[in-house]
Design a protein. Structure first.
Length: 457
């Protein structure tokens, strides 16, 4: 039996834009996702947009009971900025009523909520002013954060500022998967910098409003593994870690932007506009914990013929097709559970054993109906095996002293996922959108309940 530490969090994660629905109703204003879907629906898998989610807005009362049914003792979701502050300034009272009741019911079930502020859902009014490219976004976000802490801080004591900040930077400004879908490395760095400052000033607001609470940030961790020990491949690994991981991890935990990252960015003429007071603000506003989302590693090699100055991250670290790669055949992502152990050791050894939790881990599967049994239950043994393998490595890391306090899976109920719609299913509950949003338990949900109740397996 592998028993996890006392009070270990067994939970799941989701986000407001992927679960609430009512995307243009009840006072919520447009986000970039609503706008993009309205103007380019063909980009979205099977034309499914942000209105088309799990409908938690209407169904949260029964969903909170379901959290208890599968033994969760914690749950992460986010607040929608555009719902809470539709014009960025004035509070939407309907949103306050909804979130308060939602959070109270989660708590009534004995489940600890962790509430995140931004999960890729930029309000359109701010995007029209340049979004994260514009320094105004830093103050706008800090105001939103402060408002949320004031309105819900009596209920919620664990908060996070951003989910996977690297993703809105990379997808919005480099690879075209998120609006505004442009390709501009220099802008991507500026957007990243403003995001970091928005995070920093949100933490500052938190300390003022909620001196007793705990705040963190959630990062997608794709640990880089180099093709070889050759110096050029090792430089590629170093570049990948600096850009995709340390760019947020070091400021959040250590209170500084790593010097090699500053030098790399300068060398390639990518330096963002900054303010003199920023450095001190970063130093003073470190977090209490971090969440790390882990799905797959990054295999890298030295780029063959890179542009100078770099026009793309691939000029600094190129993808490497590792021949031994094991693939999730239903989603195409690499499966490499040992990375969880490596991450656990890295946080222990390089970040002074900082408190952290696995804030997302899970297995996406397309056409999951093919695994339905005669009783109508999805027999997702592949998901159970996937989670067990990752938990084995997490357990090993904890045994060796890593300060990990929880494990959250992606996700609770199958949810809408950006351009991918419902293609990849991750939930413990299957969503049947065509049958009044019926949620039916999968085999993995039953398994997770046992794990959570036994605090191990
Ligand atoms: C994470 C995001 C989630 C979710 C998940 C699954 O990176 O935080 O929002 O989308 O990935 O991704 P997908 O549905 O594309 O397989």
């Amino acid at each position: 039996m592998k028993t996890f530490p006392k009070n270990f969090l067994w939970g799941t994660a989701t986000s407001a834009p992927q679960s609430e629905g009512h995307s243009l109703q009840n006072g919520k204003s447009e986000t970039t996702w609503d706008y993009w879907f309205k103007t380019n629906p063909e980009k979205f898998h099977e034309n499914q947009g942000p209105e088309n989610t799990t409908n938690i807005y209407e169904m949260y009362k029964e969903d909170c009971k379901k959290m208890k049914e599968i033994g969760l003792n914690s749950f992460r979701t986010s607040i929608s900025w555009a719902r809470l502050l539709p014009d960025g300034k004035h509070v939407n009272q309907e949103a306050v009523t909804f979130y308060r009741d939602y959070f109270e019911r989660i708590l009534e079930e004995g489940v600890q909520p962790i509430i995140n502020l931004f999960h890729f859902d930029m309000p359109m009014w701010l995007m029209e002013k340049g979004g994260w490219e514009n320094r105004e976004s830093v103050d706008a976000f800090a105001f939103y954060a402060k408002t949320a802490f004031e309105l819900f801080g009596d209920l919620i004591d664990s908060w996070t500022t951003f989910n996977e900040p690297i993703v809105h930077i990379e997808c919005g400004y480099l690879n075209g998967a998120h609006y505004p879908a442009i390709h501009d490395f220099k802008k991507a760095v500026q957007v990243g910098y403003h995001t970091l400052m928005a995070h920093t000033y949100a933490v500052k607001a938190f300390r003022e409003v909620m001196p007793k609470g705990r705040i963190g940030i959630i990062l997608n961790i794709t640990p880089a593994y180099a093709r070889s020990e050759q110096p050029a491949d090792q430089v590629a690994k170093e570049n990948a870690d600096l850009l995709t991981m340390k760019s947020f991890l070091d400021p959040a935990v250590k209170g500084l932007i790593p010097e090699p990252l500053i030098q790399l960015i300068k060398k390639h003429d990518l330096a963002p506009e900054t303010m003199v007071s920023d450095k001190e603000a970063i130093k003073e506003n470190t977090v209490d914990f971090i969440g790390l989302n882990y799905y797959q590693p990054l295999r890298v090699q030295a780029p063959e013929d890179p542009h100078f100055p770099a026009q793309d991250p691939e000029d600094l670290f190129a993808p490497y097709d590792w021949p031994e790669k094991r693939i999730n055949p239903y989603r195409g992502w690499e499966i490499y559970p040992k990375a969880i152990y490596d991450v656990a050791m890295m946080i222990k050894n390089e970040y002074n054993n900082f408190p952290w939790y696995v804030s997302e881990n899970g297995m996406g599967v397309a056409n999951e109906e093919r695994f339905l049994d005669e009783q109508g239950m999805i027999q997702d043994d592949y998901r159970i095996d996937f989670m067990k393998e990752h938990l084995d490595y997490l357990y090993q890391g904890i045994q060796e002293g890593s300060n990990c306090f929880g494990y959250h899976t992606w996700t609770f109920i199958d949810c809408w996922s950006w351009l991918n719609g419902y293609r990849n299913r991750y939930g413990f509950y299957r969503l049947e959108s065509d049958k009044n949003f019926t949620r039916s338990l999968k085999k993995s949900g039953l398994w997770y309940k046992e794990v959570a109740q036994n605090n191990g397996y």
